[in-house]
Design a protein around this ligand. Structure first.
Ligand code: ATP
Ligand code: MG
Length: 452
């Protein structure tokens, strides 16, 4: 057991009974499984009983060999176990990489109101508290919901967003809770709902203010009893789901008007996080602009893009009823319209140009700003680093320009992974090729960016 901690092996082969009476093998197994990353464990025993095999597998043993076994059997089992651990390790690596590179929830903001939001996220992310995210449309509510999920211990399970206003009442109900075959016309099969899908993870109920009264009651029961019943089902099943909700409506007002259940409101409003409107954080406009130029425009065009001082002034003078989303769209649009890698006033939407006094807008654009500031202020994943310039497909956003071809996505992933392994091996290409199980020539070709 000391050797385990000291050597951190890839593989452990142990007998279940090292002693006639005590099953030390189980202890070794448990200790091994607690290591991170944990080695693959093969158990063997001469007193093979089904129960101990089952127990060992339950505790995470990879395989079980009954004595006496053939050496070939053991070899095969070792090979499979090592392949398996390698795949698990690679997946964990890829997941981490993916999250850093694509920063699912990189939230930019230096304004005091945003700092408050970040502090709240830090405080409640890794709890199971129900969070109600409030704010106008486009202020980043969904981004916050993702940050909460991906900074919690539920991050490896699903994050399931659902827009409560997008479906009619009866569909929403079966969407959320599932249904039994024949529960209503069209229910031709049993179907699990989103609460099932989110089991172990997080469900994000967007636009909760639009939820019909009858469903509000059902949701309240789910929150109270932590179990759900499919439509047309008589029995309930327990689910372990964290609930996050968001709305751009004034829920307290809806409660007063009798349109939203008061008890549900209190259940949801355990931790409120209130997103400031863009006009309440004008000071963040420049950093947001840099962020979008770097993260969206640069990665799409492959060219650094700048913005003129007066264009930036005009952006700061606009009142942004559509909040960050509107700003993001304005930058994307401008970068498409702009004929050079410099965004000037005339590339902006007319409502924004109007903010600059007539006459002035005709002056030649000279002063350049927008070198990307190092480490733009904002919130990213606790253990993550700000993503490098990259394509940025954010799940859940319907911005076609964020979407790249599958081929490009895979190539980007591959490049990132290659670089990662090269870093691990101190740029030793022979070693990297061996680890990656590809030929040195292939590695060179891939590093040179020649694809397959
Ligand atoms: N602080 C921020 N930093 C960077 N990007 C942001 C920020 N806030 C919002 N965005 C971007 O603006 C867009 C809108 O954000 P999001 O969808 O989270 O808003 P929302 O509050 O859920 O809006 P709605 O109420 O309309 O659903 C997204 O593309 C998001 O990436
Ligand atoms: Mg939203």
């Amino acid at each position: 057991m000391e050797a385990l901690a000291e050597h951190h092996p890839d593989l452990v082969i142990t007998d279940l009974y090292l002693d006639k009476t005590k099953a030390y093998g189980m202890e070794i197994l448990q200790k091994a499984r607690a290591l991170i990353p944990s080695p693959a464990c093969l158990m063997m025993t001469g007193f093979g009983s089904v129960e101990s095999a089952v127990e060992a597998m339950r505790l995470g043993a990879y395989d079980f060999l009954e004595n006496p076994f053939k050496l070939d059997e053991l070899k095969l089992s070792i090979q499979r176990a090592l392949n398996y651990t390698r795949t698990v390790a690679e997946n964990a690596l890829l997941l981490r990489e993916l999250k850093q590179r694509y920063g699912f929830h990189q939230i930019i903001g230096a304004a005091p109101r945003m700092q408050e939001v970040f502090r709240m996220i830090e405080r409640v992310a890794d709890t199971d508290a129900t969070v109600l995210i409030l704010g106008e449309s486009g202020t980043g509510k969904e981004l916050v919901a993702r940050a909460l999920h991906f900074n919690s211990r539920r991050q490896h399970a699903a994050f399931v967003p659902i827009n409560c206003s997008a479906l009619p009442e009866n569909l929403l109900e079966s969407e959320l809770f599932g249904h039994r075959k024949g529960a209503f016309t069209g229910a031709i099969n049993d179907k699990n709902g989103l609460f099932h899908e989110a089991d172990g993870g997080t469900i994000f109920l967007d636009e909760i203010g639009t939820m019909p009264a009858q469903l509000q009651s059902r949701l309240l029961r789910v929150l109270q009893e932590r179990e759900i019943r499919r439509v047309g089902d008589t029995t309930a099943v327990a689910v372990n789901v964290r609930v996050l909700a968001a709305t751009n409506e004034n829920l307290e007002k809806l409660v007063k008007e009798g349109k939203f259940r008061e008890d549900l409101f209190y259940r949801l409003n355990v931790v409120p996080i209130s997103m400031p409107a863009q006009r309440e954080r004008v000071e963040d406009i420049p950093v947001l602009v840099y962020h979008f130029l770097r993260d969206k425009v640069h990665s799409r065009t492959g060219q650094p893009c700048k913005i003129s001082r007066r264009a930036l002034d005009a952006l700061c003078l606009h009142d942004w009823p559509g909040n960050v989303r509107e700003l993001e769209n304005a930058i994307e649009r401008a970068s498409v319209l702009s004929e050079s890698p410099l965004i000037v006033l005339r590339d902006l939407p007319p409502v924004i140009i109007r903010n600059i006094p007539v006459g002035e807008s005709d002056q030649p654009e000279t002063a350049l700003v927008a070198e990307f500031p190092d480490g733009s202020p904002g919130y990213t994943r606790v253990s993550g680093t700000p993503p490098p310039v990259s394509v940025s497909p954010k799940p859940g956003t319907a911005m076609p320009s964020h979407i790249v071809s599958l081929k490009r996505f895979i190539r980007d992933q591959e490049t990132a992974y290659l670089n990662h392994v090269l870093t691990l091996t101190n740029q030793n290409k022979e070693e990297a090729a061996r680890l990656l199980d590809i030929s040195l020539a292939t590695l060179y070709r891939k590093v040179a960016g020649e694809g397959e």
